[in-house]
Design a protein around this ligand. Structure first.
Ligand SMILES: [Zn+2]
Length: 475
């Protein structure tokens, strides 16, 4: 009897794991569920169809209030999770059932203790059909084109209405008299082929539909007032030659980035800046911004680079606001990739710190191809670094007008996120969040706006001076 009790006690110690926290990070790309515990957890899982659900059995666990909390953490708008249920399936086996909203390819993995985290069991729910960033960009572009085409059509309709009104008036006047010009002749003579008074001349027309009633109109000249074909072609060329800027707000999700003395998180402030910068860039004719993340979720470094390459970005801008060794450190810095070591020990320290993001944010190593980043680095060219230095100088110059600079030159180090061999790439440390004054500035919407202005101006100036080579974008 005594031995049995002792045995149970031993099992308690061997299998007991205490849940520390549970977190859910929903995003359109993927939803992550994290269970943090003080000992590693072992799981088994399987998918069940109709209705689709993921069943996960976690061993060595008793149902706890922390685990029950998970149920309430699922948001109604989660793209993947309909709801989550937990129950004690067997003694020491907790079963989680995730009811799925869409066909899902789950990835389950564990992460060893790092930074402020203990052991983590992670379930990443990816769509079976991955969201295609190129397609998203194309849809954006199509929506913009349709809007432009509709604007042209509307003003064309208005214009034709006016012409018809005038013609009707002329017809009424011209009918009784023997005026030299008949109604048709008058209309033809007054209708210039390219319609220079076209009300929407400045609006970019899309593919031109023939407005109903133009050709069929009784007074329409043989040559209908077609929209200016040169302008149409120019617009089309512009759409084909969109400058695509990949904006990369650092960290996210499980990786808060640096945290300021009063609690401001780097991941939140850099997302706020990137979202504003996206708006600014999208408002610029001929330019379009793509975000590597548009919400609070973690994107592994390699995926950030891959997303930018997928849309054939012309520029990659990673946005950060890190801490430094001393709270006194202040000012913005801009970094480019280095092939031959870092330009300063501070730059190397910063690159090491940023490159550790995957450990904190949690990347599924099994699903990564470790050769990819290595290959990317091998492919890195002097040309990419030269271009990155150019764009870096422009951006640094403009940031220097709105705030202090940490270093007056673009620095270089081996940042993993800057390793796209074919895209000029910079990493901007907007300020040191570890400095109380800079943290306050980063929090200030006015300063955020100034930063966004500086970044946007720097980027535009770079492209004005270095227009991207004309190449057929395969959108
Ligand atoms: Zn950072």
């Amino acid at each position: 009897m005594g031995a049995a009790v002792l045995l149970l006690g031993a099992r308690d110690i061997a299998f007991g794991a205490t849940i520390i926290a549970v977190r859910v990070w929903p995003a359109a790309d993927y939803t992550r569920v994290t269970i943090e515990s003080d000992a590693p957890l072992v799981e088994r899982h399987f998918l069940v169809a109709d209705p689709g659900r993921l069943v996960i059995d976690v061993e060595g666990l008793e149902l706890s209030p922390e685990l029950r909390e998970l149920v309430g953490k699922v948001k109604p708008d989660d793209p993947f999770i309909e709801r989550l249920r937990v129950g004690q399936n067997l003694p020491r086996v907790v079963r989680l059932v995730i009811d799925l909203k869409q066909p899902t390819a789950p990835q389950l993995f564990t992460l060893a203790p790092v930074a402020a985290y203990q052991h983590r069991l992670v379930f990443d729910l990816y769509p079976t059909q991955q969201r295609d960033p190129l397609l998203a960009l194309l849809r954006d572009k199509e929506a913009a084109e349709q809007k432009a085409a509709k604007a042209v059509q509307d003003s064309l309709g208005e214009f034709i209405g006016k012409v018809e009104k005038i013609e009707k008036g002329q017809a009424a006047q011209g009918a009784p008299g023997a005026t030299p010009a008949g109604p048709n002749a008058g209309a033809s003579a007054n209708a210039p082929p390219a319609a220079p008074t076209f009300p929407s001349q400045g609006t970019p027309p899309g593919p031109q539909p023939t407005p109903p009633g133009v050709a069929a109109g009784p007074t329409a000249p043989k040559q209908t007032p077609s929209p200016p074909s040169a302008a149409t072609q120019a617009t089309q060329a512009k759409l084909d030659r969109l400058i695509v800027v990949a904006l990369d707000p650092g960290h996210g999700g499980e990786d808060p980035g640096a945290i300021g003395p009063s609690g401001l998180r780097e991941k939140d402030v850099v997302l706020a800046i990137a979202l504003q910068l996206r708006e600014r860039i999208n408002a610029t004719p001929g330019m379009r911004a793509m975000l590597t993340r548009d919400a609070d979720f973690f994107v592994p470094l390699q995926d950030r680079v891959r997303k930018a390459r997928r849309v054939q970005a012309d520029l990659f801008v990673s946005i950060h606001a890190d801490a430094f060794l001393t709270p006194k450190a202040r000012g913005a810095s801009v970094f480019a990739l280095s092939q031959n070591g870092a330009t300063s020990s501070a730059a190397r320290w910063m690159a090491d710190r940023e490159n550790a993001a995957d450990l904190v944010g949690g990347a599924n190593i099994k699903a990564r191809d470790p050769a990819v980043l290595r290959t990317l680095l091998d492919m890195s060219t002097t040309a990419q670094i030269n271009d990155s230095m150019k764009v870096g100088s422009e951006v640094l110059g403009h940031i220097g007008k709105v705030g202090k600079l940490h270093k007056a030159q673009v620095e270089q180090a081996g940042f993993a996120v800057l390793k796209a061999p074919d895209i000029p790439s910079i990493l901007v440390e907007t300020a040191f969040i570890s400095n109380p004054e800079e943290e306050a500035k980063l929090r200030d919407p006015k300063y955020q706006r100034q930063l966004v202005d500086a970044l946007a101006t720097g980027i535009k100036r770079y492209f004005a001076k270095n227009p991207p080579l004309t190449r057929q974008r395969t959108l």
